[in-house]
Design a protein around this ligand. Structure first.
Ligand SMILES: NC(=O)c1ccc[n+]([C@@H]2O[C@H](COP(=O)([O-])OP(=O)(O)OC[C@H]3O[C@@H](n4cnc5c(N)ncnc54)[C@H](OP(=O)(O)O)[C@@H]3O)[C@@H](O)[C@H]2O)c1
Length: 326
């Protein structure tokens, strides 16, 4: 047994339901390693689990992403050793903890020139951009796309990845400060959706053509605007609900707006084997190593300040990645 602290919640609710508890962690089981965390990624999705928008049995731990060093091996571990620097971004909830047992299949090794903080702040978000841009709708050089919340954690990586691919990314943000940041990271144009009508601006920016794909992690408040920004037979990739979930969709809307497609993807479907995970992670880490992508750590909180981190992210403050440090 190893002493540990971790964040748990026993009821759904606001950030205040998150509590730090002490426990003794059992040794890793077969196929698992014990990781001493150095940094833990905070992702918007964790606010959905905490609030109850996404169902999870209670009591529950929280978080799916962290980086650290392997300190114990369970039986049948083939690809990792004690002392390896590793990160993960999938699996059961519980990464908001000092130490953790994690199945080998979720692990990737962190290259020497990528820091623990960059790995924890960038793996989940970067793998998301990887599958959105390379698999959900494989982007081609010269294309124009619309990407919502372009100055957020996923957003800033998307801006840089689009620039690397030679794709013109029109981003949306809610403040002038976020607009400046997203442009600095590679957005070609920015629409401030607190002030401007997104679909009208997209129409102007594309000389009436609109875009072939919209990446929408905002959900409820942008749903109609996203559909109205798509060219005929375009694809709406609805990959998140930061403003609330999209419900009561009338399918005939898709025909009326031009035979549109919609998909609601999740990372786990795209990274469902260790090989796919390794391919995505090595693309991401290569771009970080080549300085094509910078993982910006906007804010660091102590593990016991997880509630403050949730307030920060849910209140639309994040400009880049937020991490917890044990
Ligand atoms: N499906 C997947 O595989 C997958 C994987 C990773 C992330 N995601 C999703 O991607 C999105 C971005 O994730 P992230 O962790 O990088 O978060 P984030 O972008 O850092 O934060 C969410 C952003 O959404 C925008 N937003 C718009 N309306 C909002 C509202 N009513 N309340 C709060 N925020 C609002 C805010 O930016 P503005 O102030 O500029 O509007 C906010 O900063 C989330 O929806 C997340 O669930 C999905």
């Amino acid at each position: 047994m190893t002493p540990n602290h971790r964040i748990v919640f026993t009821t759904h609710g606001g950030p205040e339901v998150l509590r730090l508890v002490s426990e003794e962690l059992a040794d890793p089981g077969p196929g698992e390693v014990m990781i001493k965390h150095e940094a833990i990624g905070v992702n918007f999705v964790e606010t959905y689990f905490r609030s109850g928008l996404y169902n999870t049995p209670l009591p529950s731990g929280l978080g799916t992403e962290a980086s650290g060093t392997i300190i114990k091996l369970g039986k049948n571990i083939t690809g990792f050793q004690i002392g390896d620097r590793v990160a993960y971004a999938q699996g059961p909830l519980g990464s908001y903890s000092e130490i953790r047992n994690v199945a080998e299949r979720y692990l990737v090794k962190i290259p020497e020139n990528v820091s623990m903080e960059e790995a924890a702040g960038g793996l989940l978000k970067g793998l998301t951009v990887y599958y959105l841009f390379h698999e959900t709708y494989p982007l081609q050089k010269g294309q124009t796309i619309l990407f919502h919340a372009a100055a957020g954690g996923v957003g800033l990586i998307a801006c840089q990845w689009a620039r690397h691919l030679g794709v013109r990314l029109i981003g949306t943000v809610s403040t002038p400060e976020k607009a400046t940041l997203a442009k600095k990271y590679g957005a070609s144009e920015i629409i401030n959706y607190s002030l401007e009508n997104v679909s009208e601006e997209v129409l102007k920016l594309t000389s009436g053509k609109k875009v072939p794909v919209v990446y929408d992690g905002v959900g409820k408040s942008t749903w109609e605007l996203s559909l109205d920004s798509l060219a005929p037979r375009g694809l709406l990739v609805s990959f998140g609900n930061a403003s609330g979930p999209v419900t009561n969709v009338n399918l005939s809307t898709l025909s009326q707006k031009g035979s549109l497609y919609v998909t609601r993807p999740v990372l786990a479907t795209y990274m469902d084997t260790p090989d796919k995970l390794k391919t995505g992670a090595s693309e991401l880490f290569n771009l970080i190593s080549q300085k094509k992508i910078k993982v910006t750590i906007d804010k660091k909180f102590k593990l016991e300040e997880a509630a403050k981190a949730h307030e920060y992210v849910a209140n639309r403050n994040s400009m880049g990645s937020t991490i917890l440090v044990p």
